[in-house]
Design a protein. Structure first.
Length: 224
């Protein structure tokens, strides 16, 4: 029994160390030095000069808000390969089908991200291309303030902490439209804070459908 115990401990350690090396350490070493790639004339891409696009300003701030609010617990940001799921069959999930851009997510899509928000599970929709599916800022703010304003059965938590109720001196252009039991008392309105605006900017930037450099035209990439 005493001789078997060290073997058991070594086997147990190997069961943790081997997956750690091949699933985390090796991919990190392979991808940690990844940098945006410039498009060439052969790529025939007009909308951007590099893949993936470089983030600036509010998008970076919004990424921090997204992380701090725990959004990754219920939302993924990964269009799965066809063999692993039916993401590509859902309108807008794979990208912008109308412009011939829709594809599975690739590791290089996260090159400019400080952290890859792959997510834990899909209690909510996948957000890899949510910026393609919906461009209405007011919709996002209403959803974040209280998702039940749009779907009474929604399990999404409210993020009222990102909004501010204030007395109306002059009506704000970005005040959230709340009706029925969600409306605030007369003479008051609910407006987004800077964090709420940054989070919406971040969500609107979620478009992992850019053509891959060296893969051909937009139409050819979409067909691959």
């Amino acid at each position: 029994m005493k001789k078997e115990f060290p073997v058991f401990i070594l086997g147990l350690a190997a069961a943790f160390i081997v997956p750690l090396i091949f699933l985390i350490v090796v991919p990190y070493l392979q991808l940690s030095d990844a940098k945006p790639e410039n498009y060439s004339e052969e790529d025939d891409v007009v909308a951007a000069w590099a893949y993936p696009a470089v983030w600036t300003g509010a998008n970076k701030e919004g990424e921090e808000v997204y992380a701090s609010q725990g959004c990754a617990y219920c939302h993924t940001q990964m269009v799965r390969p066809t063999y692993a799921g039916a993401d590509m069959w859902r309108k807008g999930w794979g990208g912008n089908e109308e412009e011939g851009l829709a594809r599975e997510t690739r590791a290089a899509d996260y090159t400019n991200d400080r952290r890859a928000m792959l997510g834990y599970m899909r209690i909510g929709q996948d957000l890899a291309n949510v910026g393609t599916r919906n461009r209405d800022r007011a919709w996002y703010h209403q959803k974040l303030y209280n998702a039940r304003t749009q779907n009474v059965d929604s399990s999404m938590p409210s993020y009222k902490n990102l909004y501010r109720k204030q007395q109306i001196a002059q009506p704000s252009e970005n005040a959230i439209k709340l009706k029925g039991r969600f409306a605030v008392e007369e003479g008051y309105e609910v407006v987004p804070t800077e964090k709420a605006e940054a989070l919406v900017d971040y969500l609107l930037s979620r478009k992992m459908d850019a053509p891959i450099p060296g893969a051909g035209t937009d139409e050819e990439v979409a067909a691959k």
